[in-house]
Design a protein around this ligand. Structure first.
Ligand code: ATP
Ligand code: MG
Length: 355
């Protein structure tokens, strides 16, 4: 039986409450689909920072290299500046492990209210693929003549052929594997006249390799409008670091609670571990009350097993999430129920055995 080593980083706040529920559901799925997950716990967090001065030990990244995937809760705590918690843990993992794809599903489940009126489950079901390592979020640039009338700021965006091609390839491959028929690219070539036409060219080139997949492109401004007005048009949407960032927040916002949304930071070649985590943060306002919705974490677990090569297990977890929401099972406060974190996790773990 294949065995996969997974690093668990619960992190801070509700991360510590929802991560065990993710693990509980993964264990149930692994039993049913005949694979083994070997979990190792790491207490890397803001708590650790306050006690020891470091989010993780000096050889932390070296330690993580021994794992196939990282399953993370949430990192960040009031009193610890975001740049300290982010740069002490999350950013090194994303960058040093070359997790160049950020992947987020956008799916409306029955029983979850959407801010879009008259949208039925099934009508909103697509994925956003964001380039995660280059593009607009560069360190290159600066300010000149500060404090004078001539003051200006320059920020360079870097798009490499390698960087663009590999994320576009991921989008098309992901569409093929998940039996999606349509890939949409987001750019803004009428305003940004060097980098965006380059992306469009690479997209046109890449789509030739996938004749069965419909490929089209929109400018980011009208695309955001279509997300709201015509979310049923999309299957896989791919964008640069900035545009992908915007779309991957807008998408899940169309489908209800932040507590439900998952994400993956993926190194598709599997040269380094990939990291799977819910979209939400440590939610200090509800931490310690055990009312956090564990579905974002559980769904992130589904994405992780899909990446490990078990699409059936991933689909079973997704079906279990859907079934828990439909059948009037326990639900947490953010979805209008009064179930606690563990009750919801246990219900989904039970459903995964059979659904
Ligand atoms: P980040 O750490 O990414 O900056 P944030 O501080 O902006 O995150 P969150 O920690 O995600 O935001 O919390 C935003 C709001 O959503 C809070 O009111 C929080 O209680 C709520 N929330 C977040 N996650 C959950 C969850 N899993 N279940 C229920 N409510 C949640
Ligand atoms: Mg926060």
């Amino acid at each position: 039986m294949a065995k996969h080593k997974i690093a668990l980083i619960p992190g801070d706040g509700i991360g510590k409450e929802v991560l065990p529920e993710g693990v509980r559901v993964l264990e149930a799925a692994a039993r049913r689909f005949n694979f083994q997950l070997e979990f190792t716990d790491f207490d890397w967090s803001c708590d650790r920072l306050l006690q020891t001065g470091k989010m993780m030990p000096d050889d932390g990244m070296e330690q993580l290299k021994a794992f196939e995937s990282i399953f993370l809760g949430a990192v960040g705590w009031p009193g610890v500046p975001d740049h300290v918690s982010l740069w002490g843990l999350l950013i090194p993992i994303r960058r040093d492990f070359d997790e160049y794809v950020n992947l987020r599903p956008v799916r409306l489940f029955e029983g979850v209210p959407s801010p879009l009126a008259n949208r039925k489950p099934g009508e909103i079901d697509f994925w956003v693929v964001r380039e995660n390592t280059e593009g607009e979020y560069s360190q290159i640039g600066g300010r000149m003549f500060q404090g004078t009338d001539m003051e200006f700021a320059i920020q360079e965006a870097i798009f490499t052929r390698k960087g663009v091609d590999r994320v576009l390839k991921f989008a098309f491959e992901f569409a093929s594997k998940t039996k999606k028929k349509h890939v949409t690219s987001a750019t803004k070539s009428n305003g940004i006249i060097h980098t965006m036409p380059f992306w469009d060219e690479r997209f046109a080139e890449m789509k030739k390799n996938y004749p069965d997949i419909k490929a089209d492109q929109y400018h980011i401004d009208i695309l955001t409008a279509h997300f709201v007005r015509n979310p049923d048009w999309f299957d896989v949407v791919v964008g640069s670091n900035l545009f992908g960032d915007i779309l991957s927040d807008l998408g899940p916002a169309l489908t209800g609670s932040i507590g439900v949304a998952p994400s993956g930071n993926i190194n598709p070649e599997r040269k380094f571990p990939s990291m799977f985590e819910p979209v939400h943060g440590s939610a200090p306002d509800i931490a310690g009350k055990w009312i956090a919705n564990p579905i974002g974490q559980i769904w992130s677990g589904a994405m992780m097993v899909r990446h490990l090569g078990y699409p059936e297990a991933a689909e079973a977890i997704e079906r279990a999430i859907a079934a828990s929401l439909v059948e009037g099972g326990p639900r947490t406060r953010d979805l209008g129920g009064n179930g606690d974190t563990k009750t919801v996790g246990a219900a989904i773990a039970e459903l995964v055995k059979t659904v």
